[in-house]
Ligand binder design. Structure first.
Ligand SMILES: CC(C)(COP(=O)(O)OP(=O)(O)OC[C@H]1O[C@@H](n2cnc3c(N)ncnc32)[C@H](O)[C@@H]1OP(=O)(O)O)[C@@H](O)C(=O)NCCC(=O)NCCS
Length: 250
């Protein structure tokens, strides 16, 4: 067969593969919307079952099983990311539509232009236990250099969080709050879930945060206390709890 003929056969096979991938994508999205939690989406046991089947089918079809496995691990990785997005949208829509408190009026946005600096500074500088006394200048800089998540009720800011990250390996979550009168209706959980599900923050090696008493909130999305991990001894910190107040007094 001539090279041109071979190439047009390859093109034809590619178009079949794309059609099948598109079908797989719709099925995976639908499955993502039905899953109860993020572990269900990631499901490493299911991944290994698929790989085992794919290897067996490859052998039957005369394809190297290693090649089939490599291709499939890549495909599954891409599809899991897609499924996570579908799952997150389902969670967000469900939470926002499903509550008697008319939560469709709530939204979470990473658009910094929408942030109400006054609300954030007022809460953090006077009512948080960690950033008391933080100056407007330090807060402004910290917002400017971080990814920010605002929670809005009918357009008015009622919650906030920052993520300090390189978008590839590591992320630190800080300054998380929901205004007092909006607490206890799931917004904190939705905020944390939205953060760890954000498409730009997938496949990181390390997520970090510090909390005095809200461990349970973060455990819901998979965080563990460092003492309960095998890496507890690796982490060190240089912590200056008075940094904000010392700076404002100059
Ligand atoms: C912590 C905070 C953001 C939670 O927001 P929220 O909208 O009230 O929380 P939700 O309604 O989504 O529920 C939080 C869940 O985490 C759990 N939780 C664990 N520790 C908690 C804590 N210290 N405070 C609030 N909830 C806590 C709750 O029990 C709840 O789980 P449940 O629904 O299974 O009972 C909010 O209370 C707040 O702003 N607190 C003051 C600032 C703060 O402490 N920020 C966190 C710093 S790490």
């Amino acid at each position: 067969m001539e090279l041109n003929e071979l190439r047009s056969e390859i093109d034809a096979v590619d178009s079949q593969i794309i059609a099948q991938l598109s079908k797989r994508a719709s099925l995976v999205s639908a499955a993502g919307r039905l899953k109860k939690n993020e572990q269900g989406v990631r499901d490493p046991k299911r991944v290994e079952q698929i790989i085992e089947k794919v290897r067996a089918q490859a052998i039957k079809a005369g394809l190297a099983p290693e090649l089939a496995e490599e291709v499939y691990r890549t495909i599954i990785g891409c599809f899991v990311r897609m499924e996570l997005k579908a799952f997150d949208m389902a969670v967000t829509e469900g939470r926002m539509k499903g509550s008697a408190m008319n939560q469709s009026e709530f939204e979470i946005s990473t658009d910094k232009k929408r942030l109400d600096f006054g609300v954030i500074h007022d809460f953090l500088s006077t009512r948080s236990y960690w950033a008391n006394g933080i100056s407007r200048e330090v807060l402004k800089k910290s917002i400017g250099n971080a990814m920010c998540f605002g929670v809005y009720h009918q357009g008015k800011q009622v919650g906030f969080a920052r993520v300090i990250t390189d978008n590839a390996t590591t992320a630190y979550i800080g300054d998380v709050f929901i205004l007092e009168s909006y607490r206890g209706r799931g917004l904190g959980k939705l905020l944390v879930k939205t953060i760890v599900g954000h498409p730009e923050l997938q496949d990181l090696r390390l997520w970090l945060l510090g909390t005095k008493d809200a461990h349970g909130l973060y455990e819901k999305v998979g965080f563990k206390r460092t003492a309960d991990t095998h890496a507890a001894d690796r982490f060190m910190m240089l912590f200056d709890p008075d940094a904000y107040t010392r700076k404002t007094s100059h």
